[in-house]
Design a protein around this ligand. Sequence first.
Ligand code: RP5
Length: 171
Amino acid sequence: MPERNAPLVGIVMGSDSDWPKIGAVAAALEEFGVAYEARVMSAHRTPEVVRQYAAMAAARGLKVLIAAAGGAAHLAGVVASHTTLPVIGIPVPTDLQGGLDSLLSTVQMPGDVPVATVGVGVGGARNAGLLAVEILALADTELQDKLTTFKHSLTEKVGAKDAALQKQIEN
Ligand code: RP5
C-alpha cells in the first residue's frame, strides 16, 4: 500500500495497461517507506494534462518524477521538458523485441533535457524506484541508513545463493 503521507515521488504512466508491468517501482518505494502517487496520462492522448502535471509537480512538493511508457514512449521526455525535477524514465516492455522501441524512445533524449532511463523489464522498474530513493536520500539521513542496510543485505543474499550453489555442485 502507498504511504499516506504527502507524496514525494510522482509516478506517471502512458496507459493503465502499463501499471501491471511496472509494479516493481511501487514495491521498491514501499520497501523504503517513500510516499508516492501514481497517475495515468499520455504524452500523445492527453498532452495538456501531462504539461500541467509536470509544470506543477515541484510546487506540489514532489521531489522526483518517474514516467513509464511503451512503444513511441515520449512521456518521460515530455515530462522532463516541463520541470526542473529529476525525471526517471521506465521503458515499458512491448511485443517489439521486448520493448526496444520503448527503450530507444525514452533514452535517446536530446541534450539539455535529461531523462535517467532504466532498463526494460522488472529489474528496470525496480531500479527506477531505488534510484528515486537514492535521490531522496541525499537530504534524508534515515533513508541513507536504510540504503546502507539494503546494500549489506545484497551481500548476504548473493552469498547465500553462492553457498547453495556450492552445495548443489558438491552433491
Ligand atoms: C503507450 O502506449 C502506453 O504507455 C502503453 O505502453 C502503450 C499502449 O497503450 P494502450 O493502448 O494499452 O492504452 O502510450
